[in-house]
Write a protein that binds this ligand. Structure first.
Ligand SMILES: Nc1ncnc2c1ncn2[C@@H]1O[C@H](COP(=O)(O)OP(=O)(O)OP(=O)(O)O)[C@@H](O)[C@H]1O
Length: 224
């Protein structure tokens, strides 16, 4: 479980976020909306320990993110899969290699995991694009590859930052279906999005809470 209590954050000039309370209970699905610049990406980074709060506390499975040492942070991050806004691929590595990268970083033998990797690429519909380089993919393919990389370590939590930002409606729905399926498998999901149509479409697939971040504060979520 990820819990924020009285969380504030400042990049140096004034408070961007203040007094945020949030509980991401296991198996929950949350959408995070709000105007551009409201601090959605910042809030996601606080949830996965990439930023430490300047006020209040973020606890991840009961451990305060400010008190985690490097090893603790690395262990925790393996349990949280992140889909970054800009995907963050290594452009000279194939999609297969990019998706396998978290395994390599964790010291796991990619050859041993080959079957899992194939299955995962098939699940996101990228089997035939496995040897392509990231710049050769469409926006929707990149997002699905980023999702595959985020879940290759079988995390308990998936955090996605504008995963449908640059992709068409059909592909957005497909990505949403993948996230919904992961949620049905018991994963906790948090998705930042501007896309209100996507949130409406999610109603048929998941029970989700919609949070709105504006003016530095988080409004109590409405249930889908
Ligand atoms: N590393 C940084 N240093 C200083 N200011 C930053 C930094 N990162 C973000 N900001 C500022 O914090 C504010 C919130 O940024 P953030 O990316 O969290 O918002 P957002 O709601 O995700 O925006 P968008 O919807 O446009 O992606 C912005 O004004 C941004 O310029």
């Amino acid at each position: 479980m990820i819990e924020l209590r009285g969380v504030g954050y400042s990049y140096g000039g004034g408070n961007l976020l203040s007094g945020l309370d949030l509980e991401l209970t296991p198996g929950s699905f949350h959408f995070l909306t709000g105007p551009s610049g409201a601090g959605k990406t910042t809030l996601l980074k606080l949830c996965y320990g990439d930023l430490k709060p300047t006020a209040g506390a973020v606890t991840i499975d009961g451990r305060d993110s400010r008190r985690m040492d490097r090893d603790g942070l690395a262990r925790m991050r393996r349990r949280i899969g992140v889909v970054h806004q800009d995907c963050q691929f290594i452009d000279h590595l194939s999609i297969h290699e990019n998706v396998a990268l978290p395994l390599t970083v964790a010291g796991r033998d990619v050859a041993v995991e080959a079957a899992n990797l194939e299955q995962l690429l098939g699940w996101v519909g990228l089997s035939r694009r496995a040897n392509a380089l990231p710049p050769e993919l469409s926006g929707g393919e990149r997002q699905r590859a980023a999702l595959a990389r985020a879940i290759i370590m079988d995390p308990d939590v998936i955090i996605a930052d504008e995963p449908t930002g640059n992709i068409d409606w059909d592909m957005s729905k497909r990505l949403l279906s993948l996230l919904a399926e992961l949620n049905r498998m018991g994963k906790t999901v948090l998705v930042a999005t501007h896309d209100l149509a996507l949130i409406r479409a999610a109603k048929a697939q998941v029970t989700a809470r919609v949070l709105r971040l504006a003016g530095g504060t988080l409004s109590a979520g409405t249930e889908l």
